[in-house]
Design a protein around this ligand. Structure first.
Ligand code: THU
Length: 132
């Protein structure tokens, strides 16, 4: 029986296989766990207009949000990198929107991993309270 972390890693690896990366050839997979126990995964999706690329992390988050799951607990990100793959700044902001205490696990294909809480990845983050 797989535990939650193993399920997330497997889902992220499977999503990575679906990455649409004709320009960078740099596939990334992400998988997240919602507070109510569901898993959503995503891959990076590139575009001939490069700036329209959507990162794996945001694909997974947008799938969860559009399915009605707003509270996220954990995310795993996987790529073929020397060190565990760190999410880009834009993704950090989007992760933070849906939880300041989300565990973000960065991994490479060798299984090296490090984890942070979303608040640690974006100190002094702009957030909804700044709009009050
Ligand atoms: N990428 C992600 O999917 N997530 C990140 O956090 C970093 C970058 C993608 C975007 C692009 O398709 C490729 O990696 C190279 O930048």
């Amino acid at each position: 029986m797989e535990n939650t972390m193993e399920r997330l890693v497997r889902a992220a690896l499977e999503a990575r296989e679906k990455a649409y990366v004709p320009y960078s050839n740099f596939p990334i997979g992400a998988a997240l766990l919602t507070k109510d126990g569901q898993i959503f995964s995503g891959c990076n999706i590139e575009n001939a207009s490069y700036g329209l690329t959507n990162c794996a992390e945001r694909t997974a988050i947008f799938k969860a949000i559009s399915a009605g799951h707003h509270e996220l607990k954990m995310m795993v990100v996987v790529a073929d990198t020397a060190r565990p793959i760190p999410p880009c700044g834009a993704c950090r902001q989007v992760i933070f929107e849906f939880g300041e205490d989300i565990t973000v696990v960065m991994r490479n294909l060798q299984g090296d991993s490090v984890q942070y809480q979303s608040r640690e990845l974006l100190p002094a983050a702009f957030n909804r309270r700044d709009l009050d």
